[in-house]
Write a protein of this length. Structure first.
Length: 400
């Protein structure tokens, strides 16, 4: 009780000291003609005297609000991210809700807060850069985790933070930024990832172990990991598996998915099909429950309208839920799971039908593969392991 009173009192003291510092910083360092204007424009906006004042202000911040980090029992992460799928409130919540926020919450490794840049724009009809910087000043997160909406061709869209804002967070407030990318195989995504690279501690790639190679001069600033899942949602409660084969996800724009599902049905194999986020929307709980009831979960590795493969989040969702994964042959999944040991690959539609018939008939073999895939996923690819890696590296970045 006394400890909590002490923390509250110290917090109020820090806050009272910060108010004039924060107001000065925002007025002098941020708001210029209604835009964030720092970084490369900085020296044209402020003379040497002003620069010295700003540097002194940053030092005061380091000596005040950041001192409360020592009182934390766990690290604090600020997600700078979208709230809705495609930043569209009519599309439902973003997959980051369970991939990132939920997996961190279930791990118990850190506290978290979220700054939803799309929600801020919808509510205020303006970019949220100043509000984001105020949040960083007031809460002093140990790390900022950034996701970027790439809905446009080269998306420096008003929803996303400005580069100058990222520079302030990283270089002035000295908060490491970790950017997470779900679709690095897309050229436009790698262009953006490279553009923000000077301001991030690391670009974390979730869909490919090789997409960034040859596209960056700093591969050491990239880290390839898997798509984390919320263990409270994606798990194996050992329900009756009354669904033979399921495919959950979009088919629009995916010729291989349409061909494969059609081939199975033409050969008398029933496929339980439902949407993901964008077609015939399912809640994440409904989505996971279908995986838990499925004997075989079907997956296709090609990106939409692209002749490149990805490690889809579905491969981890399926194995965490205890189903046997049946997936188009590709080099990415084989780096996480062993073919014909942890999952079963197929080479074309004909082979898909062959493998599906065989493993539906051979129940013991199917169960053994499903169990090995589940064991590997729960041993090596959990949300807790994912966030331990991020937090361990964050501590190393701070030491550097």
């Amino acid at each position: 009780m006394l400890t909590q009173i002490f923390k509250n009192a110290l917090g109020e003291k820090i806050k009272s000291k910060l108010i004039p510092i924060r107001n000065f910083l925002l007025k002098k360092f941020i708001q210029v003609d209604g835009k964030i204007s720092v970084g490369y424009q900085y020296r044209s906006l402020f003379n040497k005297k002003a620069e010295g004042i700003v540097n002194n202000t940053i030092s005061q911040i380091d000596g005040t609000i950041r001192s409360n980090i020592n009182l934390r029992e766990t690290p604090h992460i600020l997600f700078v991210t979208e709230k809705w799928c495609d930043c569209n409130p009519f599309m439902g919540t973003t997959n980051s809700e369970h991939n990132l926020f939920g997996s961190l919450a279930s791990s118990g490794l850190a506290t978290q807060a979220r700054f939803h840049f799309d929600e801020y724009y919808y509510e205020h009809h303006d970019a949220g850069d100043i509000a984001l910087l105020e949040t960083c000043l007031n809460t002093s997160p140990d790390v900022v985790v950034l996701t970027w909406w790439h809905g446009k061709i080269f998306s420096f869209f008003p929803y996303n933070p400005k580069l100058e804002t990222l520079k302030i967070i990283a270089t002035e407030l000295k908060i490491p930024i970790v950017a997470i990318w779900f679709d690095s195989v897309l050229s436009k995504v790698m262009m953006i990832a490279e553009t923000v690279l000077p301001y991030v501690a690391c670009n974390v790639i979730l869909d490919s172990t090789v997409s960034y190679l040859g596209k960056t001069n700093h591969p050491e600033k990239y880290l390839s990991l898997w798509t984390p899942q919320d263990s409270k949602i994606f798990n194996n409660p050992k329900l009756e598996r009354d669904i033979d084969i399921c495919f959950l996800g979009s088919t629009h724009g995916y010729a291989d998915r349409i061909e494969g599902i059609t081939a199975l049905r033409d050969n008398g194999i029933h496929v339980y099909q439902a949407g993901g986020q964008r077609e015939n929307h399912l809640s994440v709980e409904e989505y996971a429950s279908i995986l838990m009831r499925s004997k075989i979960v079907l997956n296709f590795s090609y990106a939409r309208s692209q002749n490149v493969v990805q490690a889809k989040g579905r491969i981890f969702e399926a194995t965490l839920c205890g189903a046997m994964l049946l997936e188009s042959e590709n080099s990415e999944t084989a780096k996480w799971f062993e073919p014909f040991v942890d999952y079963v690959p197929f080479v074309d539609a004909f082979d898909l039908v062959k493998q599906a018939k065989y493993y539906l008939a051979q129940e013991d073999e199917r169960r053994a593969i499903a169990q090995r895939g589940h064991y590997k996923a729960t041993t090596n690819y959990t949300g807790e392991i994912f966030w331990r890696i991020i937090l361990d590296k964050t501590r190393a970045w701070k030491r550097d």
